[in-house]
Design a protein around this ligand. Structure first.
Ligand code: ZN
Ligand code: ZN
Length: 269
């Protein structure tokens, strides 16, 4: 399995998940159609390469280009009923829609998808853990607080994209109006660096190959502060923690299949 991003942050998000067999899922598309096509091309992808679009929630930084790409490329779209009803129903061809339950796993080709309902100020938001060939990729953004269910679902990931939205001090001192500060820092807002570190600290990271800090605020955070917070938890060297950028996301990261020697047998896990 491999994954990449065409951009991450409040100006637009889009993540690609690709199985070893060539199934490609686009998770969210918060860019205009034209911009998304341009960004997908940098990963050598055209609309014809995308097997499905999966949507976490209806905020425009996640949904802006979804209907345009889907209608144009006849790409199936998977989302909860709440996400459909909040936004997509006005713009997406309904014949492309598959409604998912936020509690029930499903498959897109050889990719098994586990939805995880999360606290965020949207109608029916969920985040996802992807599994293919025994490898697990967890993606968690747009989350205001950490729930026991989230902690349970994101255990033992081989790769993790984790929201580090803001630094609490920078947010407090920023020019944001008080209502927006309360929203961002509130229980239905976004994870700050400390919360991200706290979440990570509750996870079994023994299999973790890739850790990517995502949805970083350009006004209320610094990549270095996010890195510092996460580094302290997993003890990764700085070069093993990546930052997903707003302007360009990040290039393909391959999750390696790990082989563990066990007596005369080699177990692939
Ligand atoms: Zn967002
Ligand atoms: Zn959101």
């Amino acid at each position: 399995m491999k994954f990449a991003s065409i951009g991450s942050g409040s100006e637009g998000n889009g993540t690609l998940i690709c199985s070893g067999d060539g199934d490609v899922v686009l998770l969210d598309c918060g860019f205009s159609g034209r911009e998304a096509v341009k960004r997908l091309a940098t990963l050598n992808l055209g609309l014809e390469d995308i097997s499905a679009i999966l949507v976490t929630h209806e905020h425009s930084d996640h949904v802006k280009g979804v209907a345009l790409l889907a209608n144009k490329g006849r790409i199936p779209v998977y989302c909860t009923w709440g996400t459909w009803a909040a936004k997509l129903h006005t713009v997406l061809d309904e014949s492309l829609l598959t409604v998912i339950s936020p509690h029930q796993r499903f498959s897109i080709g050889n990719i098994l998808v586990q939805p995880v309902p999360v606290p965020h100020d949207a109608r029916e938001p969920c985040q996802f853990v992807f599994e293919s060939s025994g490898q697990r990729l967890g993606i968690l953004t747009d989350v205001g607080s950490i729930t026991p269910h989230m902690v349970e679902q994101y255990q033992r990931c081989d790769a993790l994209m984790l929201e580090c939205n803001h630094d609490l001090n920078m947010l407090a001192e920023s020019a944001y109006p008080p209502s927006l500060k309360r929203r961002v820092a509130g229980p239905l807002g976004h994870l700050n660096n400390q919360q991200a570190a706290e979440m990570l600290g509750q996870l079994d990271c023994s299999r973790l190959q890739h850790l990517v800090a995502t949805h970083i605020s350009q006004k209320n955070n610094h990549p270095e502060l996010a890195m510092q917070a996460l580094r302290g938890v997993v003890g990764f060297s700085p070069d093993r923690i990546r930052i997903a950028k707003q302007c360009s996301g990040f290039a393909w990261l391959e999750i390696e299949v790990r082989t563990v020697a066990c007596g005369k047998q080699t177990i692939t896990n």
